[in-house]
Design a protein around this ligand. Structure first.
Ligand SMILES: [Zn+2]
Length: 557
């Protein structure tokens, strides 16, 4: 009975828990909902044709009047990339740190559906009120993009701290350190719940500082005799700064190749997150006229993405750039799990063409942007939350992070390893996972979308294995006296055409016999279809040991 009056906060992860990517989390209290981040995930190789994956926002759609705002922690695609798809449905304001705000604005610009959307740049360490329940302030963290922040969310059950993506770097490229004082301040006051980045919770020790990479890049660029090509993430603005700094020291010019990187560099420069000495940047046409030892090219493609500049260059498919003998290619990134194969293929292709290739295995040309175990322990010890939910990671990362908290003896109220769709209900003195909502992936497929109950992906996978066989049963005119026309069989992606002639002839004969013996099929096309499908499937499986998709077409008169 008393329970009814006690304030409760519901934590609803809609993406990023139990997976890497499409981060999104809703917090609900009374009549108010706020949403933290709104990211995409990139499809892997078993999702043919899928462009992007975004979170399922069904839960929010049903409560759209309660949603007050989307709060962004930083400008990475897995935190902001779904905004163009989701904002038109929710139509709520977006609050983001400066650089993320710039990237979001350029992303939304020109999209009709999001023209109304309001996006605001926040200042750290200031209070923003959302509805009655939530007062939020952002605090600085270090990460692989400038202006990354965590959130302090004051709620009726006490403060909730969300770290966002972070690491503890005492010598970051932009000189802005993580705001440990804020964490300690709230830790001393008492924190109800900590939500903390788990991506590298399996990795012992400390994540190296960006400074280490700066030194390695400087050495690599200084040692190179020909052109230097540096591949990294389009959003890794601090890496762009390091490359520019090294180029200045070694009397080279920098050229950005690839649309997404050109765009993010432009936004970062306009907002003052990049310092580019006058004359240092050159267009591709200008850089072609320079001697090789004066040139640094920066490209995307560090993950082996098929359409990226580096991959096309490595495959000799790029319109404007090809590898020359004496080139040094630096892959300044670590493959995200699942991308190892395309990355090694790209490295092989570059080596075949005579480039020298430096990558994380052979030189410290990259450090990642997430905290390792000792940093995670430091945050857990400073915040000393009552409850703890590890976020941002595959299941094993979340478990490893939970184990760290367990070993430290923090979060005496409870540690909850949750996945997307699990709903945690918190009051001042209790916490419990109370239900599970649907929060599966939504696939963006051209201008359409589907979820994981759709047959489309399953069908595409089947097509990619054994192809398709189409069986056309011509009109039977409904009259038994008219001699039936011959069925026709065609295939695609199945077996060599020359091998199908005899096979399909035999199949046609078998089908003709069945149709002749079963005159009722003439009246019932559905029955006819399923009989044709079954016959063709069994016949083909027996003759070829293949299981192509069978499409029966019964032409009705
Ligand atoms: Zn990030």
């Amino acid at each position: 009975m008393v329970n009814e009056l006690k304030p409760q906060v519901r934590i609803i992860p809609l993406g990023g828990l139990g997976e890497i990517g499409k981060n999104m989390m809703a917090l609900e209290c009374g009549d108010d909902i706020i949403v933290v981040d709104c990211g995409v995930q990139f499809p892997d190789e078993d999702m043919p044709g899928i462009d992007l994956i975004i979170p399922d926002i069904n839960y929010l759609r049903d409560r759209v009047d309660k949603v007050r705002a989307i709060l962004i922690t930083h400008g990475h695609e897995d935190h902001i990339g779904a905004l163009p798809f989701i904002l038109p449905e929710l139509n709520v304001p977006v609050y983001a740190p400066g650089l993320a705000h710039g990237l979001i604005s350029s992303k939304l610009k020109g999209r009709k559906a999001t023209r109304e959307a309001q996006a605001y740049a926040i200042e750290p360490n200031q209070d923003y009120q959302f509805g009655k329940a939530f007062t939020v302030s952002w605090f600085r963290v270090c990460h692989s993009i400038p202006d990354a922040m965590g959130l302090v969310i004051e709620t009726p059950i006490g403060p909730i701290i969300h770290t966002g993506d972070f690491k503890i770097d005492h010598t970051p490229v932009d000189g802005r350190k993580i705001d440990l004082a804020t964490l300690a301040h709230y830790g001393a006051k008492g924190v109800a719940l900590l939500l903390s980045d788990s991506t590298y919770a399996e990795v012992p020790g400390y994540t190296a500082s960006e400074r280490v990479v700066g030194e390695a890049l400087d050495r690599a660029i200084g040692d190179a005799t020909g052109r230097v090509m540096v591949a990294t993430f389009a959003s890794l603005i601090s890496r762009v700064q390091q490359v520019v700094d090294a180029a200045v020291r070694h009397d080279r010019h920098v050229t950005i190749v690839g649309r997404s990187m050109v765009e993010s560099v432009q936004v970062a420069q306009e907002l003052g997150y990049l310092t580019l000495p006058p004359g240092i940047m050159k267009s591709l046409a200008e850089s072609r006229k320079l001697p090789p030892e004066k040139v640094v090219l920066m490209t995307t493609g560090s993950q082996g993405e098929p359409t990226s500049a580096l991959v096309r260059i490595a495959k000799k498919e790029h319109r404007d750039v090809e590898i020359m003998k004496g080139d040094t290619v630096i892959i300044s990134a670590t493959p995200i799990p699942g991308n190892e194969l395309p990355v090694s293929r790209t490295i092989d292709n570059l080596l075949r063409q005579g480039a020298k290739v430096l990558y994380d295995r052979v030189a410290t040309v990259h450090v990642h942007g997430h905290a390792s175990q000792e940093e995670l322990k430091m945050v857990l010890s400073l915040v000393r939350p009552k409850y703890f939910v590890p976020v941002h990671g595959e299941y094993r990362h979340l478990m490893a992070h939970a184990q760290l908290a367990w070993d430290l003896g923090v979060a005496e109220g409870g540690i909850f390893v949750m996945e997307d769709g699990d709903v945690l209900e918190l009051s001042e003195d209790s916490a419990q996972v109370v239900e599970q909502i649907t929060a599966g992936p939504i696939y963006i497929d051209g201008l359409t979308t589907h979820d994981n109950t759709s047959e489309v992906l399953r069908q595409r996978r089947a097509l990619s294995k054994d192809g398709v066989v189409v069986v056309v049963i011509p009109s039977q005119n409904g009259a038994k006296s008219t001699p039936a026309e011959t069925p026709k069989v065609v295939s695609s992606g199945f077996i060599n055409d020359s091998d199908t002639d005899v096979l399909f002839q035999e199949l046609v004969e078998e089908l003709q016999q069945i149709l002749a013996a079963n005159p009722e099929y003439h009246e019932e096309p559905q029955l006819c279809k399923s009989k044709v499908r079954e016959t063709a499937r069994d016949f083909i499986a027996k003759a070829t040991n293949k299981r192509p998709m069978i499409i029966p077409v019964v032409l009705e008169s």
